[in-house]
Write a protein that binds this ligand. Structure first.
Ligand SMILES: NC(=O)c1ccc[n+]([C@@H]2O[C@H](COP(=O)([O-])OP(=O)(O)OC[C@H]3O[C@@H](n4cnc5c(N)ncnc54)[C@H](O)[C@@H]3O)[C@@H](O)[C@H]2O)c1
Length: 385
């Protein structure tokens, strides 16, 4: 594949363009807003300068990488591309319109991919004459740094395009995993309890954000606690994804959003980017100290962890992805300290089931229902690995 087209010059489009150009492709980046094009150019140049300053690439390599990227506001410039990756606004309708316009420009064999985080790829292909060449290619932010890429075939996608796309993205040094076209794919589905259960713990007054974050970091080995991570992602973005996943799963209580986070979003307490979120980021603000109570910390960790394991097990049960791809997705997509299914083996499947059942007995909420796969495995004494 020689020339790669990127539609949308925002954070993701720019990052993907940089990765493709770094692997020798000519890249055409198209955006309907001219300022977005110049901003993308400046951001990529700043990123390359950092790499040169750190000695990771030479000046000459940075220059030739950047010279392979061309900016345009005319989609028609994509006509010779063998792959176009769309990274525009997260909404099915504009994506469908863009896909239809792309189809009128591109050859029938050109792969059209979406970088959507959770929307239906099959819906995006519905208006096309040749939907067999569409698929999801989901990079994580920042695309040049994050290794994981989820490959999501739509129900219309032909096998040869899946293989071509996967081989290409693998050749860019990424780790690809295959996911079914279901809301949130692997990572944005399996990670939901990390936020959702932490928010329930806060709502019930069991612990404050600083204590939950401390427990997950210090006792669980996670790089960031759930509240600092929500502030980092942005409470607006994190809440919206949760709400989309909740709606798309027919209001399954497992994915129910939290009013605490909704109120933060309402107040524009988005997190780091707005200076206020669960924490105060204004200059001189004093950060709250966690209650370093190990018994409480272990209870918090166990509750969030079994909910994550349950979600991962249910994804395996419903064949959303293979066991190994679920493990890769969570360790490389969101840097979890261990694969969740391996972690389940370590804790003991019976122990995971008992903890979920105990929560279910207290709350009588189907949110805590145990995956039938875990229950079967516990009865048969099986392990994931
Ligand atoms: N930001 C993330 O962390 C992240 C991670 C993974 C996937 N995604 C997904 O990637 C996509 C892009 O996200 P982003 O964060 O880069 O968004 P962004 O808002 O930074 O950029 C989107 C760009 O698309 C342009 N655009 C909108 N409609 C267009 C059209 N019809 N034609 C051409 N350009 C158009 C906008 O002008 C803007 O520059 C979304 O689907 C998002 O869900 C985002």
């Amino acid at each position: 594949m020689d020339t790669i087209g990127i539609l949308g010059a925002g954070a993701m489009g720019s990052g993907i363009a940089q990765v493709a150009a770094a692997h020798g492709h000519n890249v055409i980046v198209c955006d309907n807003l001219t300022p977005a094009l110049s901003k993308s150019g400046k951001n990529i140049q700043a990123c390359l300068k950092t790499l040169v300053d750190k000695g990771k690439i030479s000046d000459a390599d940075a220059y030739s990488l950047y010279s392979r990227i061309r900016y345009t506001d005319h989609m028609s410039d994509f006509k010779d591309c063998s792959l176009v990756i769309e990274a525009i606004v997260e909404d099915v309708e504009p994506k469908q319109i863009a896909f239809k316009s792309l189809e009128a420009i591109l050859g029938n064999d050109t792969i059209i991919a979406s970088n959507t985080s959770s929307l239906s790829i099959s819906a995006m292909g519905a208006p096309l004459k040749h939907p067999e060449r569409i698929l999801g290619i989901h990079f994580f932010n920042p695309a040049p740094l994050m290794r994981l890429v989820e490959i999501i075939p739509a129900i219309q996608t032909h096998q040869k395009y899946i293989e071509q796309a996967r081989a290409l993205i693998d050749s860019w040094g990424k780790t690809t995993v295959l996911a079914q076209d279901t809301p949130g794919f692997i990572v944005n589905r399996v990670a939901r309890p990390y936020y959702g259960e932490a928010l329930r713990i806060l709502e019930e007054g069991i612990a404050d954000p600083a204590t939950v974050d401390w427990a997950m970091r210090e006792l669980g080995g996670f790089r960031m606690g759930p509240f600092e991570l929500m502030d980092f992602i942005g409470n607006d973005i994190n809440y919206t994804v949760t709400e989309q996943v909740f709606t798309a799963f027919y209001y399954d209580p497992r994915y129910k959003p939290s009013l605490i986070q909704k109120r933060l979003m309402d107040a524009h307490y988005f997190g780091r980017k707005s200076g206020r979120g669960f924490y105060d980021y204004t200059e001189g603000a004093v950060q709250p100290e966690p209650l370093r109570d190990e018994t409480l910390g272990r209870t918090i960790l166990q509750r969030i962890l079994v909910m994550l394991i349950n979600e991962a097990a249910e994804a395996a049960n419903l064949r959303i992805a293979s066991r190994d791809d679920i493990e890769l997705a969570m360790t490389q997509g969101v840097n979890y300290p261990k694969g969740l299914l391996r972690w389940a083996d370590e804790i003991g499947i019976r122990q995971v089931v008992d903890t979920l059942d105990a929560l279910h007995n207290v709350y009588l909420d189907p949110r805590y229902r145990c995956s039938p796969l875990l229950r079967r495995m516990a009865a048969e004494g099986k392990t994931f690995f």
